[in-house]
Design a binder for this molecule. Sequence first.
Ligand SMILES: [Zn+2]
Length: 127
Amino acid sequence: VNEASARKIVRERADGRCEACCSSRDLEWSHRIARGRGGLWAPTNGLLLCRRDHAWAHAHPNHARALGWHVLTGDDPAAIPVWMQSIQFAWTAWFRLDDEGLVTWLTDDNEPEHLPEGMPRVSEAFA
Ligand SMILES: [Zn+2]
């Protein structure tokens, strides 16, 4: 998978909306493993985030890791669940990603223990 196809797959996966807050404005690719740490251009390694949520993730790396938005160097992003909204499920939950752009819903009854301050609630975005 190259950058262009990874971007296309993730944009389609997200239906052109931020995978945190559903905004369709100022969207950016966010690497789960940064390129500088060996992260690949692969749909499992990317989230489509709005500029605000992307900046939030960089400003709150521990929270971002707890949500699966950031993945430790050497871990497999396909194996690490992500707390995100999925347009395919119209739902915020833990999902696992694959490189074809599919998302697997893991569970909806297991929110992160402490939703970080400032993190958008997708349920509100859909309300
Ligand atoms: Zn957002």
